[in-house]
Ligand binder design. Structure first.
Ligand SMILES: Nc1nc2c(ncn2[C@@H]2O[C@H](COP(=O)(O)OP(=O)(O)OP(=O)(O)O)[C@@H](O)[C@H]2O)c(=O)[nH]1
Length: 426
């Protein structure tokens, strides 16, 4: 391509952008906008410079000279480039240049339109730095963070991956769904929450859920979910805290508060609460309810003969045997020492008596192995049922207690049914 064919480009001296015309970097024309890019006030100040090369960063000067030569000799097309230039104060500024060859006073010259990109680049740098800071915050957080779309993971931090037993977050992200990591018992709730968040019905949902790690062990999580826009898509962001330890501790405390540590049956307080509920329900629904007060006979003698530990083992065998012989919804509790209460919902007095007889026989034939020895024992049982005269826990257990006392007096190892002072209506 000849130099002449490039001389048709129009002059752009009215441009809003910075504009300079030069020949071999000797300025021929510069507008004020060009001067402003470099920290000067007027184009005249630029024209006073012996060479525009002083405005170009040292390491870019050879490139600029070569580009000038190649364009002016027709080897290269004029074009768009970015350069690092220097302003008046010697600071680097990044500019976008649009070259063209123009006719200046009858001779070809290089016209350059300049756009200062420094501000955009500085903003981009700030954005990158803030993204980097954000990334470090997210990656360094001990809280797990996940973004998912209908449970397909889109993003997670290392803490989230670690919680689920993944050493590499990408391995978790490669999973098609995170649902397998949520206990099935929580799936319906998880779907409902997901729908509500995506539909914008709720702004945030706080829950606790049971999860499954990659090795199928259980973990408990405190979760905070909210909708987010993720690359233009509506998704759900989840912040997760591993509360497995706290949860286990809470369960242990709850267990200790409600169950007897030796026999693993309800303690007196918990059983009283359950009995109260059963009593209320039986009265309201006009359903029968019975109660057995069971006492291991001559327990002191067992302790004295075989030792306290042997006595403990007997108590454990009794409780286990009793549970095996009764229905799942019957409630067994340790009332104190070697005394137990068995609550039989939906069971009338006569039926309760049969159950008591069965228990009495079963216990008498049980041999509890302790070391090399084998301990046998009997139980005495008092039976009472809800009736018009018996409408409270105190009356029910009190009535069974009277019957139990009677059983002891009659020689132990037997069942006595409480006297019914008024006919049972149901
Ligand atoms: N090993 C053991 N003994 C207990 C426990 N709780 C209470 N005991 C003992 O159970 C014994 C109950 O004795 P008593 O109230 O005299 O009753 P008993 O020997 O069964 O006599 P009868 O009720 O008349 O048959 C006491 O010696 C208590 O110390 C326990 O958790 N473990």
């Amino acid at each position: 391509m000849s130099t002449h064919s490039l001389l048709h480009e129009p002059l752009a001296i009215d441009a809003q952008y910075g504009l300079v015309i030069h020949r071999n970097f000797i300025p021929l024309f510069a507008n004020d906008a060009y001067a402003h890019c470099f920290g000067y006030n007027t184009g005249q100040e630029i024209l006073a410079l012996p060479s525009l090369l002083s405005l170009i960063a040292q390491h870019e000067q050879d490139t600029a000279k070569t580009a000038y030569q190649r364009v002016m000799t027709g080897l290269d097309q004029p074009g768009v480039r970015t350069f690092e230039n220097l302003n008046k104060d010697g600071e680097l500024i990044t500019v976008l240049t649009v070259d063209s060859v123009v006719d200046w006073q009858g001779e070809p010259a290089m016209q350059i339109i300049v756009v200062d990109l420094s501000r955009q680049i500085a903003m981009q740098r700030q954005l990158l730095a803030s993204e980097q800071r954000y990334r470090e915050l997210v990656d360094g957080s001990i809280q797990g963070m996940l973004v998912h779309k209908d449970f397909q993971p889109l993003f997670c931090n290392q803490a989230y991956a670690n919680m689920y037993g993944f050493t590499d977050a990408n391995a978790l992200l490669a999973q098609p769904s995170i649902l397998p990591f949520i206990n099935t018992q929580f799936h319906v709730q998880a779907w409902q929450d997901n729908q509500a968040l995506l539909a914008g019905q709720v702004a945030v949902i706080k829950t606790e859920a049971k999860g499954l790690r990659a090795d199928t062990s259980v973990l408990w999580l405190s979760l905070l979910s909210r909708p987010v826009d993720w690359n233009g898509e509506r998704a759900v962001q989840v912040t997760a805290m591993d509360i497995t330890e706290q949860h286990e501790l809470r369960e242990q405390l709850e267990y200790r508060a409600n169950f007897d540590g030796l026999t693993n049956v309800y303690n007196r307080r918990a059983l009283s609460e359950h009995l109260q509920l059963q009593l209320k329900s039986a009265i309201t629904r006009r359903r029968p309810l019975s109660c057995l007060l069971i006492d291991i006979d001559n327990f002191k003698a067992i302790n004295d003969s075989f030792g306290h530990h042997a006595g403990d083992v007997v108590l454990q065998h009794f409780a286990k045997g009793c549970q095996q012989l009764t229905r799942q919804h019957d409630l067994l509790g340790r009332w104190g020492g070697e005394e137990f209460v068995l609550v039989l919902p939906g069971t009338a007095l006569q039926q309760a008596q049969h159950i008591a007889e069965r228990l009495c026989c079963a216990m008498a034939s049980m041999a509890v192995p302790v070391g090399t020895q084998s301990i046998t024992f009997t139980v005495s049982i008092g039976v009472a049922a809800l009736s018009p005269a018996i409408q409270s826990i105190e009356q029910l257990v009190g009535s069974a207690d009277v019957a139990l006392y009677d059983a002891k007096h009659r020689g132990k190892g037997q069942v006595v049914v409480a006297e019914v002072t008024a006919p049972c209506l149901y």
